[in-house]
Design a protein around this ligand. Structure first.
Ligand code: PCA
Length: 195
């Protein structure tokens, strides 16, 4: 059995819930030969990635897949790239609001995800949920996690990916997606982690 470390975020930006954790929490614990280890992580620059790495050091997962909310998007969007930039339009949950900072000073500008993002997006679409590859995870905490993990696990066997999902119905925002469809989409993603 392989191990998948899968994360969702706590709420942020005045929301009561974060659909990323709601969806991760609803996933079965075994999919496609992967045992899932679920982790709820803080919306805090630096700390979010550190909390993932701490658990990954213990359990040594084959894949780390992080899920985040992308308000304004209407589709499930696997991220192709993480960039070495922090720029926040709202403070994180620790009150920190960086403007045009590096995540890792002197680090590479960007890294590509080491998951088959095109295949994952196509498979989710084929299963009936809107999905497409995204070429920017933004410059907030989600990108912070993706870039930091890609840097930490470069040239290792551990593969890294990030998927943004829309608001869910309970948040009363548009556009939104039914949480059950997001769960279905994530299951399809996990079924397509291996090329
Ligand atoms: N979305 C934010 C951070 C936490 C989350 O769920 C983002 O896109 O950066």
């Amino acid at each position: 059995m392989k191990t998948l470390l899968i994360t969702g975020f706590e709420p942020f930006g005045g929301e009561q819930i974060n659909p990323s954790w709601e969806a991760v929490d609803r996933l079965p614990i075994e999919i496609n030969g992967y045992e899932l280890v679920k982790l709820r992580i803080p919306v805090v620059f630096g700390e979010a990635a550190a909390s993932v790495i701490k658990v990954a050091d213990e359990i040594r997962p084959d894949v780390i897949l992080c899920i985040g909310q992308a308000g304004g998007r209407g589709a499930i969007t696997p991220e192709l790239v993480g960039i070495n930039l922090r720029n926040a339009s709202i403070p994180d949950n620790n009150g920190y609001q960086p403007k045009d900072e590096s995540i890792i000073k002197g680090g590479e500008c960007a890294y590509f995800s080491t998951l088959p993002v095109r295949r994952i997006a196509d498979a989710i679409s084929d299963a009936g949920m809107p999905s497409h590859v995204s070429y920017s995870a933004g410059a907030y905490v989600c990108n912070d996690v993706l870039y930091t993990l890609l840097s930490r696990y470069k040239n290792t066997e551990t593969r890294i990916g990030f998927i943004h999902i829309p608001y869910c119905a309970e948040q009363n925002k548009e556009p939104f997606m039914d949480i059950n469809d997001m769960v279905k989409g994530l299951i399809v993603a996990i079924e397509n982690l291996d090329t």
